[in-house]
Design a protein around this ligand. Sequence first.
Ligand SMILES: NC(=O)c1ccc[n+]([C@@H]2O[C@H](COP(=O)([O-])OP(=O)(O)OC[C@H]3O[C@@H](n4cnc5c(N)ncnc54)[C@H](O)[C@@H]3O)[C@@H](O)[C@H]2O)c1
Length: 314
Amino acid sequence: MSARVAPDAVRTVTCIGAGVIGGGWAAYFLAQGYQVRAWDPAPDAEEKLRHLVDASWPALTELGLAEGASRDNLTVCATLAEAVEGTDFVQESAPEDLELKRKLLADIDEAAAENVVISSSTSGYPMTDMQTACARPGRTIVGHPFNPPYLIPLVEVVGGEQTDAEVVEWTSAFFEAAGKSVITMDREVPGFIANRLQEALWREALHMINAGEATVEQIDRSITDGPGLRWPFHGPMLTFHLAGGQGGMAHMLDHFGPSLLSPWTRLDAPELTKELRDAVVEGCEEEAEDRTIDDLVAERDRQVIAILRAMGKA
Ligand SMILES: NC(=O)c1ccc[n+]([C@@H]2O[C@H](COP(=O)([O-])OP(=O)(O)OC[C@H]3O[C@@H](n4cnc5c(N)ncnc54)[C@H](O)[C@@H]3O)[C@@H](O)[C@H]2O)c1
């Protein structure tokens, strides 16, 4: 068996699936100076991918490109086999469909050289459930990013039951060498850590819209002008530590702990009826006013960079 390349010696990466997330990964890896090979079966995939890379490039340039970084280092391939040829690492970002991912990971496993690590961007499937059809499941792992992967530093790394422990270590070291902030989980949790938290908020928001308790705009502003301003620095836990004054978290829990029992949260998901779907879509369109998706992406990128700079992280 040939040796696996060292995590900081990776030169070529492959992106399988090149939509919002796969395209975002491709842009990020290009900016970090890697050679990027991409494959996506959609007929218009290359056009969309190049549009996304071009749209992200001003933000990436502003943050500073690695030596040798260039959009010319992107090769869009006609087949999966061509895309994994000579690669050091594969990031899969195909649609969130368990059967599709099972088959696709098995296909990548069959095509890629035996020591290449295969990471999935899945938002919540445990790798244990996705690696079942692979001949060499030991090298399959979850590397869960956040949109846009070219700006948000976090990646959650977690293996499945058949993933080799050494592959978990290698993948975390690789993402760190690539400039990411890595959380390595020692067990599988549905939704990982961050998505579990995001989904709780999302579920409550849908409940409030469904019940007519809040508009889409009010929900967004309640976070952007409220708790969201504290989260980039301290996260929800240290934020509440300070909410307890000099008594810190101990006072916070003793004081507000009993309110955990009050019916503020509604843990079951609301039914996604057509009315609810339409109200959420219309609310977003109203809030966006005349800003297109491209305008909103550019606006978001500028703001994320400003926040990263304010925190001394860029
Ligand atoms: N959008 C997010 O915010 C987000 C965040 C983190 C993780 N993810 C995860 O990333 C993955 C991709 O999501 P997305 O938002 O980029 O979706 P998307 O719909 O934007 O892109 C999916 C891409 O996969 C391609 N595709 C379809 N069938 C394929 C196949 N058999 N093999 C390879 N590619 C195929 C499609 O043509 C499309 O370009 C999902 O697993 C999703 O859960 C999404």
